[in-house]
Design a protein around this ligand. Structure first.
Ligand SMILES: Cc1cc2nc3c(=O)[nH]c(=O)nc-3n(C[C@H](O)[C@H](O)[C@H](O)COP(=O)(O)OP(=O)(O)OC[C@H]3O[C@@H](n4cnc5c(N)ncnc54)[C@H](O)[C@@H]3O)c2cc1C
Length: 714
């Protein structure tokens, strides 16, 4: 702790210690006050200014140091200075004292609390920024909440001192009047409890919640204002219309049907959306075939002298389609119809906050009125406007699945998850793959040690990695398709046969009514924490809403969107993004939940790391996959998990244990105390917990235990 803080802390401890050592508190009771009332009043009559000053300073000190006795002092103020002077002096003294206590708590403890509870504090700070003044006002008005505790606790939040001061001064006025007035009748008071009657307390509570109620009313009026000019139907055909039958839309419709709502699900292209048709499913199917080839290429490592794979790339791609067809029934119109969803194939457009028009694939048009709408229109590959790109032609994650011939020289633009997964798969089939990435390393959202392992593996597998290369222009040079990229102030010319663009995905924001209704959309549809758009009955979920672009987050949001859309205003839930896992299915797999080191540093959250290297794991050695690590970030000195990154075989499956642990507040001690089957890769999780435990072994205790054993040996 810095010297200034230490000095302040010591002075405070000394002051509070003296207060109790000299038993100054004994004088702060009703009887002593009554018995000295006469002499105090005499002093005040002779020295009014000095009396007020002494009283003011004493009041500020008691409140600033959070000492007991503020209520008694208030009564004394009323008794000695009368109602109006008492009120004036006490109102300022109590607010200044409270603000000093608030500032002291902030100066001494805020950094410490932020370092330990960074994430939780962030959420509290966000709440304080939004509604802190209202809550403080309520707390001040209702004299049930301990005065000193409010000062100290709010000092630990990000509330502005100025806000704290003025809200406190206004909020405490009513209570101060009551106590100062009671002080003017000191002779009649028998106990402190008698000052505030239940009826008075009830009025305070009403007054306290008034601003919150008023705020809700204002919100309601504001919400209703956005509907001005639109005619609300008297009755609705549907409870819910869902636009898009990808991961988000399917889950939304499923939940709606499960709770017996009338729901229509509209899909203009293919049921299952991206994940089934052009995303997760085909990519994982392709990766599986490629992986088989990679194992054959490594056959000698497994004691098999040679292994030859004859394959036709077209057949591999047909298998990918066969996998899609096998999974398709899970997302089919038939299945959802059987579940009670009205599935419509066609293109939906929102024409009013309560109406959706559908251009059906069979040529008909249909207009449905609905209480609520969930937009789940997904995203599409983003194609950057690089000069010449249209002329050379390109593939994206939408079209790559149509390939039946393996490109000889494949240029992959983008070193994020999709670019990396596809680059490795194509390289394993025998394409000469060049991966161009603008950032200095692959998978930039992961820690550097993660990127390093993946880059190392890619290089070993013959992928040409061009990081820190910014694509500038596509040209045809000497009859050859060429990318010109900027690199370290110069230019690199990269020849290729086919280019796959994988530089990110852009939300689908046009053509279905957002513009006409004025629903704000920057990169994604703008929503609040309840996933409501500008129109509270229109929600958005999945890739179209962001901020994540995964199937499991789309489904997660869908649950909130469905519940909120169907049960608001009776029940409304904020989407919870506290524990979000994700994986990149390269080999070795990369999986993460919660924070990694670079994020924790960026957010100023203190952490410890415990890393277990999988090179040492029996099962991984037996499998010939002894590489990678499990890295756990914890709160310093505690076993509470802030985040985990796993690199290695089946990392995306292994991370599930930590997702559960984080979601339910299970610490590393409990992970360590859980039996893991031998020999499995999952043991790596336990060993990572063991690394943490070893670093926190109680050395002093162990020294004593050592002595105990020595003594027993005689
Ligand atoms: C190559 C690749 C690999 C991926 N791998 C993974 C992975 O391994 N794990 C993972 O979690 N995620 C993965 N993803 C991401 C995942 O596919 C998406 O996050 C997920 O599909 C998003 O679901 P969604 O419902 O938001 O959108 P989508 O699945 O895109 O669904 C939106 C649907 O809305 C329809 N639609 C749009 N407008 C209208 C309209 N006006 N009327 C009617 N219908 C409309 C579209 O046709 C589409 O079917 C991958 C993505 C890609 C591209």
């Amino acid at each position: 702790m810095p010297i200034k803080k230490t000095a302040l802390l010591l002075s405070l401890v000394l002051a509070v210690g003296l207060f109790f050592a000299f038993d100054l508190g004994q004088n702060l009771n009703l009887q002593t006050l009554k018995s000295h009332q006469q002499s105090i009043e005499t002093f005040r009559a002779a020295n009014p200014g000095a009396a007020a000053l002494v009283y003011f300073v004493a009041y500020v000190l008691v409140t600033a140091l959070s000492l007991p006795g503020a209520t008694l002092l208030t009564l004394a103020g009323g008794a000695v200075f009368g109602l109006w002077w008492g009120l004036l002096i006490i109102s300022f003294a109590s607010t200044i004292g409270a603000t000093l206590a608030f500032l002291i708590a902030r100066y001494l403890l805020r950094d410490w609390v932020a370092a330990r509870f960074g994430e939780r504090l962030k959420a509290i700070d966000e709440g304080i920024a939004r509604e802190g003044a209202f809550y403080l006002f309520t707390l001040r008005l209702v004299p049930l909440f301990p005065f000193f505790l409010i000062n100290l606790l709010l000092g630990l939040t990000a509330m502005k001192a100025r806000t704290f001061y003025w809200v406190s001064q206004i909020g405490m006025l009513a209570g101060t009047v009551v106590y100062v007035n009671a002080g003017t009748q000191l002779g009649k008071i028998e106990s402190l409890a008698g000052i505030v009657s239940p009826a008075l307390l009830g009025s305070f509570v009403l007054l306290g919640i008034f601003p919150l109620v008023a705020r809700k009313v204002v919100e309601r009026i504001r919400a209703n204002k956005v509907y001005a000019g639109w005619k609300r139907p008297r009755r609705f055909d549907r409870n819910l219309v869902v636009i898009g039958a990808g991961s988000a839309g399917l889950v939304t419709a499923y939940i709606a049907a499960a709770v017996r709502a009338r729901v229509t699900l509209v899909e203009k292209h293919r049921m299952g959306g991206d994940c089934l048709n052009t995303g997760c499913v085909p990519s994982k199917a392709l990766i599986r075939s490629a992986r088989l080839l990679s194992h054959m290429a490594r056959s000698t490592e497994f004691g098999i002298a040679s292994a030859r794979a004859d394959f036709d790339f077209a057949e591999v791609m047909e298998r990918v389609q066969a996998v899609i067809r096998t999974i398709e029934p899970h997302d089919s119109a038939a299945r959802y119809t059987a579940l009670g969803v009205d599935v419509v194939e066609g293109s939906a457009k929102i024409v009013s906050p309560w109406e959706v028009e559908i251009a059906r694939r069979d040529g008909d048009r249909q207009r449905l009125t609905t209480r609520a709408i969930v937009i789940a229109a997904g995203a599409r590959p983003f194609v950057p406007p690089i000069p010449g790109i249209e002329a050379v032609g390109y593939l994206t994650s939408d079209t790559v699945w149509d390939l039946r011939e393996l490109p000889r020289r494949l240029l992959v633009l983008g070193g994020g998850p999709i670019g990396c997964e596809l680059a490795q798969a194509f390289a394993r089939f025998g394409a000469q793959v060049t991966l161009v990435e603008m950032a200095p390393r692959l998978l930039v959202r992961e820690d550097e040690d993660v990127s390093a392992i993946v880059e190392q593996r890619f290089a070993t597998e013959g992928i040409r990695l061009l990081t820190a290369h910014r694509a500038k222009q596509f040209v045809i040079e000497n009859g050859e398709k060429t990318l010109i990229a900027e690199h370290q102030g110069g230019e690199a010319h990269i020849g290729f046969d086919t280019v796959l663009v994988a530089v990110g995905r852009a939300a689908n924001l046009t053509g279905y009514g957002l513009e006409e209704l004025g629903i704000p959309a920057g990169k994604t549809v703008e929503t609040n924490e309840f996933l409501q758009t500008r129109f509270p009955n229109i929600y958005a979920a999945g890739d179209v809403a962001g901020p994540y672009q995964f199937t499991h987050t789309a489904a997660h949001q869908a649950w909130y969107a469905a519940v909120n859309a169907l049960f608001d205003p009776f029940k409304k839930l904020k989407a919870d993004y506290a524990v979000i896992p994700a994986a990149t299915f390269v080999d070795p797999e990369v999986a993460r939940v919660g924070l990694n080191e670079q994020e924790a540093r960026a957010q100023g959250i203190a952490f410890e790391t415990s890393t277990y290297r999988i090179d040492d794991l029996d099962r991984a050695i037996a499998d010939g996959e002894a590489h990678g690590f499990v890295k756990v970030l914890t709160i310093p000195g505690k076993d509470r998990i802030l985040g985990v990154t796993i690199v290695g075989e089946h990392a995306a499956d292994l991370i599930a244990e930590f997702v559960l642990a984080m979601k339910h507040g299970i610490g590393l001690n409990k992970v360590l105390g859980t039996i893991h089957i031998y020999p499995t890769l999952a043991e790596a999780n336990k060993y990572a917990a063991g690394v943490w435990k070893k670093a926190h072994a109680p050395e002093r205790l162990l020294r004593w235990v050592g002595r105990f054993h020595a003594w027993r040996r005689g």
